[in-house]
Design a protein around this ligand. Structure first.
Ligand code: THU
Length: 160
């Protein structure tokens, strides 16, 4: 007989007045770096700020290409740089913000599938959850405690 597996996912929604100082700082860094994104094809500017276990924060943005698939998302841009340069420093949080070119308000953004799989990789590497803070269009943070919430049934074992 067929069975059904159910996965329950929940994200915390944090209104602006309840952001911690650290959350405010990370979202501010993501908002700042998105302004330098190179997104002439989509006009969708994304910034990501990555907090490491030692308190350091690095930021990255999306870099597009005339050959569309060559472009890279903000999340993978910052993760590749940081994990390449500081391979032993555990990433603990990533904040993401986005804006449409020419608009003043922020756009709702969640990481794409490839970025989710990339975040999953570094959770696995360090055996530690990475918190994902996503800015929505109402100025609230959607918080996932781990990539597990955004990537159920994730692929993380070649041998199982
Ligand atoms: N993008 C990101 O950089 N991060 C996301 O979380 C969503 C999408 C970029 C990819 C592309 O340059 C543009 O946004 C539109 O998809």
């Amino acid at each position: 007989m067929n069975r059904r597996i159910e996965v329950k996912i929940s994200l915390e929604v944090i209104p602006n007045e309840f952001w911690t100082d650290e959350e405010s700082m990370l979202i501010a860094r993501a908002k700042e770096i998105l302004e330098s994104a190179y997104a002439p094809y989509s006009g969708f500017l994304v910034g990501a700020a990555l907090l490491l276990e030692n308190g350091e924060v690095f930021a990255g943005n999306n870099q597009e290409n005339v050959s569309f698939p060559v472009g890279i998302c903000a999340e993978r841009a910052v993760l590749s740089y940081v994990m390449g340069n500081f391979p032993n420093l555990k990433p603990v949080k990533i904040a993401i913000a986005a804006k449409r070119m020419g608009e003043t308000g922020y756009a709702y953004v969640t990481p794409c599938g490839m970025c989710r799989q990339t975040i999953n990789e570094y959770e696995m590497k360090f055996g530690n959850p990475i918190e994902i803070l996503m800015l929505n269009g109402q100025g609230e943070i959607l918080k996932a405690e781990s990539i597990e919430q955004l990537l159920p049934f994730r692929f993380n074992n070649l041998n199982s």
